[in-house]
Design a protein around this ligand. Structure first.
Ligand code: SF4
Ligand code: SF4
Length: 472
């Protein structure tokens, strides 16, 4: 039975409720009156339920789709302005005891290069990332209690936060590791992590069990209830995601929103971010094996609907997607993107030969961070390396309160400008620097609060003089 407040996976992600939702969505896909009412509700910027959003996902009426896209763009502008926050993944280890059929790190893959970074290698990776200009990382590791125990992850986090190279610093470490215990989540929280990210892969239990035939990840309930344990362990910023292509996208979409509704209903805080990865080619993985792949058009529709359904939740697009696809979905609600990513273990400090790769998937967007920053600015976006909320303790409900009061405009904008200025001073190429300086001049004017604007001017001036790390 469906119960949004239950702590049992099969009750808050009820298969029956998803099927009823999809049937309801099919019945109403051309119901213009209902669709208009749902779009009107979305305009209030308080989000949509999984049922309402599923009706819009089923709708194929061109004029209604145009309204949905326009609304997603408007909500994105209202909540996030033109800012795009940048981050990079850092792969610590690809040892893994699971059997996930879509990932080349699965246990049975005997020819992929297995690597685990030593602390010296972590330091080398972080130095290379700092030298590009990154301030925000997402660490990734396979599940392996012997090779990658929680102590190893904690030691790596400590190492990462401790590296200071020139003006570089990693100021926020998000963590993407396997579902674990409340106690381990507490230890991650105490280590000062930012967001805990765990992709559900698929919400469809039967498919989930087939796609994860062996290893601890086979346990659907343990995996699906992980965010509840993370919250119990004190982590109040959690990141959801499904791997589109594994199951029917409409099922996943409803499940994803139900998961968000569950977190909001139980903990009073929805997910901090939602990621929308699609299955990619990798070492022994061919995406064509999975027959639920989605087109770029459907992908864009999903991004737009996530934006209007959960306006306060950040949306992440990785370098799995090409430059063209990223350009298509950026205006529809994406708030964070990765840049210059390496999906191999140790890939930032040294290149590895193609024939002995340790990479998790092929990167589509292979540009350098400078190229990404330059590209974003030319498209009219403001690249941001901001980590201020986390460092000011504005996580979970305090962060959401800030968003809901729209105070974010007086925070995000100056923080984006100051962190961009740091990037331009320390890492940018000549052309990027020139475009960026002009952009900062223009964007400073957009800070609504005159006091904040004045302080931001002063800090930006001080950054030219060599000072760093200002934040609101
Ligand atoms: S998806 Fe994660 S758990 Fe599964 S094989 Fe890959 S690294 Fe291991
Ligand atoms: S001020 Fe907070 S919400 Fe805004 S970009 Fe920085 S960290 Fe994100």
């Amino acid at each position: 039975m469906y119960d949004v407040k239950s702590f049992k996976a099969e009750e808050f992600i009820s298969d029956e409720e998803i099927r009823d939702t999809l049937a309801y969505a099919d019945e109403n896909r051309d119901n213009v009156e209902l669709i208009d009412a749902i779009i009107e509700k979305a305009k209030e910027r308080k989000g949509l339920t999984h049922r309402e959003a599923s009706v819009l996902l089923a709708c194929e009426l061109p004029e209604k789709l145009a309204e949905i896209y326009a609304l997603a763009e408007q909500i994105k502008k209202d909540f996030y302005g033109n800012r795009i926050v940048l981050f990079a993944p850092l792969y610590l280890s690809n040892y893994c005891v699971n059997g996930c059929v879509y990932c080349p790190y699965h246990l049975k893959n005997k020819h992929i290069a297995r690597k685990k970074l030593t602390q010296e290698e972590v330091a080398a990776e972080v130095t290379a990332l700092q030298d590009m200009g990154h301030k925000r990382l997402a660490i990734e590791a396979g599940e392996d209690p012997v090779n990658n125990p929680i102590e190893y992850i904690l030691e790596c986090i400590d190492t990462i936060y401790g590296i200071r190279h020139k003006n570089g610093a990693i100021r926020r470490v998000n963590v993407n590791i396997a579902a674990t215990t409340v106690e381990n989540y507490r230890r991650l929280h105490d280590a000062g992590i930012g967001t805990y990210i765990l992709f559900q892969e698929t919400y469809h239990k039967e498919s989930y069990e087939k796609l994860h035939p062996t290893g601890p990840k086979h346990d659907y309930a343990y995996h699906t209830e992980a965010m509840d344990r993370a919250m119990e362990g004190g982590i109040d910023d959690v990141g959801l995601g499904v791997l589109f292509g594994l199951e029917m996208y409409r099922y996943e979409f409803a499940g994803l929103l139900m998961h968000a509704e569950h977190l909001e209903a139980v903990f009073g805080v929805g997910p901090h971010t939602i990621s929308v990865p699609r299955v990619k080619r990798a070492d022994d993985i061919d995406p064509a094996q999975f027959d639920n792949g989605i087109s770029d058009e459907v992908f864009a529709k999903i991004c737009a609907l996530i934006r209007i359904s959960v306006p306060y939740t950040g949306m992440i697009i990785s370098t799995r997607e090409s430059q063209a696809v990223r350009e298509r979905v950026l205006p529809l609600g994406v708030s964070q993107i990765s840049g210059a990513s390496r999906t191999s273990v140790g890939g930032y400090a040294s290149d590895e030969p193609e024939e002995i790769t340790s990479a998790q998937f092929d990167v589509s967007d292979q540009r350098s961070l400078d190229e990404i920053v330059n590209w974003l600015m030319k498209l009219g976006y403001l690249p941001s390396f901001c980590t201020a909320c986390y460092r000011e303790g504005r996580t979970g409900d305090r962060f959401m309160a800030l968003c809901k009061n729209m105070q974010i405009l007086n925070c995000c904008q100056p923080n984006a400008l100051m962190t961009l200025k740091e990037y331009l001073e320390d890492y940018a190429g000549e052309e990027t620097k020139k475009i960026g300086m002009e952009l900062i001049e223009r964007e400073l004017e957009k800070i609504p609060n005159p006091k904040v604007r004045k302080t931001a001017y002063e800090h930006i001036h001080d950054i030219s003089g060599g000072k760093r790390d200002f934040r609101f």
